[in-house]
Design a protein around this ligand. Sequence first.
Ligand code: ZN
Length: 317
Amino acid sequence: MRKKIVILFLILATAFLACGFAPKEEKSYIKWVDCNVPYQVLQRAYELDVKYHDSDKVEFDFEKSLAYLATKNGNKFNVKTDLKRLGELEKALLNDKKIDDFYGGNKYYKYYVESYEAIFSQFIGEYIDTSTNEKCYGLKNYHPIAANFWYSHYDDFGVSRSYGFKRKHLGHDIMGSVGTPIVAVEDGIITDIGWNKYGGWRLGIRSLDNKRSYYYAHLRKGHPYAENIKNGDKVAAGQVIGYLGVTGYSAKEDVNMKCKPHLHIGMQLIFDECQIQGPKEIWIDMYQITKFLSSNRAKVVKDGKNYKSINLKRSID
Ligand SMILES: [Zn+2]
């Protein structure tokens, strides 16, 4: 009897495993990223990237230089120390070193390269300046607030919030006037346009390489979005997508919150599609990133009730 039970068990277990219920090896992808690189360091690394873009001798890579620094400093940046280190790195590269020579085989370096590439891969590159039709190389992503509109901000990532349930603020708030045109930071595809009880009138933009999703929330009551935009549309970096407002924190649509008008902007990283929603979401602090982007703001002109962007940098893939 006992022997029969054991045999039955073995048959069932074999069938179970054969049917694909075998415990799967956990997929390996990045589960968390912190980005606190000060804008002065981002700016200097960017200048070096541009400086050596056409060089045959020196290969300077923006994201790899951040990964190099993060491996050295444990991803805890200090403006003075890390600017000095960038200078030392530049000297070494001028002396025939390659950036991968330092930490090429290091697992932390690999993690930081992948992480910083997920955040910044489309920030710098070739583009056509549509005001002159010239081909250029440089910063092509935009600050979310259109040029010549005031804003103010501070680093508010991670402070606690308490609507519905206690949770952390996983985005960045930029104060401004109601109606200020908001532009797309990066080229991408519109997702999730409409009302959400926290974000009010909001929309998402998924990057074309699928690694990032930007979230823009609390858009203007009565007139939240740019004309004729809908889910699935492709938008260009710098294109007007909506208007700053103060909507949200209500199950009822088109209701204002009781606080100062501001744009909530978030950047989410997606290494695996299971990270899109729920506890596996990875949100990046946009404070230093928007400071870095402040040198590239989209010019807009009024067009009836709307604004449209002019002279944009058009990305070349
Ligand atoms: Zn916010």
